[in-house]
Design a protein around this ligand. Structure first.
Ligand SMILES: Cc1ncc(COP(=O)(O)O)c(C=O)c1O
Length: 379
């Protein structure tokens, strides 16, 4: 039997005065993982030269083996990066674009990465197209067909989230990658919210490029993320900083991991985060969280009298966006925080949502507290 949510709460460093329903933004680290992170830092400070110059690359190779097994990718095709933004920026900067080329995303992508693509496509006279996706979503196939309305002979790559940010939708990346492959289009998946929340098997997905965070749902320390690139594509992938990793015969990994002096301890802690979740029966914890959220999504939409953007519960796992009634929600997030609840209020076109994260430590009581406070605040 996995630990209860109350028991798991005691494993986290979170402020007990706050009802924390925003694991999605930056994650949160359990104490044993946090302590291992500190041990790596202490190890580094005891003999910095030995740690960084002699031992670090070997330690990182070992950590990538564990990460590769966890996300279904060969360790040699993964490099650690600081966050998903860094991973996608490396690709956006490296991809060879000609005037008129198009990068196709949806209108559900993460705003900061929309800026990344806008910046790099504009520099080359190319375009970043945000294909509108109709909400509520119906079937994965319908979503893929809708996305394909944006495909043209100039589509150089498709860029999609595995789980979207403001709307918390699990997109059918397997279907998207399959169809793109058949049509010779490159696929780039933004997996910021996926590792730790849903099983990730990059090989089975068939993505050419996949960037994911370990610091969100896998509960690793902040600054732990990875970039997977199919071996056939690694030769054109640059790195943010050109440093000692660019030696003759260097690899995609050395070029991206050797970025001058930096703290690699969050990367080294990833195997501990993977082991901690396995030890705590995380598949069972996740499915308990999903069951709790599934009932709550229905109950809260009933309470608000609003339509869900999800046609069924297969569109989300531990993160869901609940549609608020039409209205002005300026300051709602701050008002909820003033009442002890940390939760984001997100927007998409004319819809506003409260985006709920149900991580293993979230209790039924936390959710009831949110409903009560929202009932009050929305009156
Ligand atoms: C879909 C999506 N992509 C990318 C990111 C960026 O993650 P990071 O700040 O770790 O780079 C986020 C952050 O919440 C996100 O929701």
């Amino acid at each position: 039997m996995p630990l209860t949510a109350e028991e798991l709460k005691a494993h986290f460093l979170l402020d007990p005065e706050v009802t924390f329903l925003n694991h999605g933004s930056y994650g949160a680290c359990p104490k044993p993982v946090f302590e291992q992170w500190q041990r790596w830092q202490a190890d580094m400070e005891r003999q910095p030269i030995d740690f960084i110059a002699r031992r670090l690359q070997g330690l990182l190779d070992q950590a990538r083996v564990d990460l590769g097994a966890y996300v279904g990718a060969p360790a040699d095709d993964l490099t650690f990066v600081t966050n998903t933004s860094a991973g996608i920026n490396i690709i956006a900067k490296s991809i060879e674009l000609q005037p008129g080329d198009e990068i196709l995303g949806t209108n559900l992508e993460y705003g900061a990465l929309d800026w990344t693509w806008q910046h790099h496509t504009a520099k080359h006279g190319a375009s970043y197209i945000r294909q509108p996706i109709t909400l509520p979503v119906t079937t994965p196939e319908a979503l893929v067909d809708e996305l394909w309305q944006g495909v043209t002979p100039r589509t150089k790559a498709i860029f999609v989230s595995h789980i979207t940010s403001a709307t918390a939708l699990k997109l059918p990346v397997e279907l998207i990658c399959q169809r793109a492959k058949a049509e010779g289009i490159l696929t780039i998946v933004d997996g910021a919210h996926a590792p730790g929340q849903i099983p990730v098997d990059i090989t089975a997905i068939g993505a050419d490029i996949y960037a994911g965070n370990c610091h969100k749902w896998l509960c690793a320390p902040k600054g732990a993320a990875f970039l997977y690139v199919h071996p056939d594509l690694q030769k054109w992938v640059e790195s943010t900083i050109i440093s000692w990793g660019w030696y003759p015969g260097s690899t995609f990994i050395s070029r991206n991991q050797m970025q001058g002096t930096h703290d690699a301890s969050p990367w080294l802690t990833v195997p501990t985060a993977i082991a901690w979740q396995a030890e705590h029966e995380w598949n069972a914890v996740r499915s308990r969280c999903h069951d709790l959220l599934r009932e709550y999504v229905v109950a809260l939409h009933d309470q608000f009298g609003t339509e869900s953007i999800y046609s069924n519960d297969s569109w989300y796992t531990q993160l869901a966006a609940i549609t608020l009634p039409a209205g002005d929600y300026t300051n709602l997030k701050e008002r909820l925080l003033a009442r002890g609840i940390e939760i984001p209020v997100t927007e998409h076109l004319d819809r506003t949502f409260v985006r709920i994260s149900v991580q293993g430590y979230v209790t039924q009581k936390d959710l009831v507290h949110l409903s009560d406070v929202l009932r009050d605040e929305l009156q």
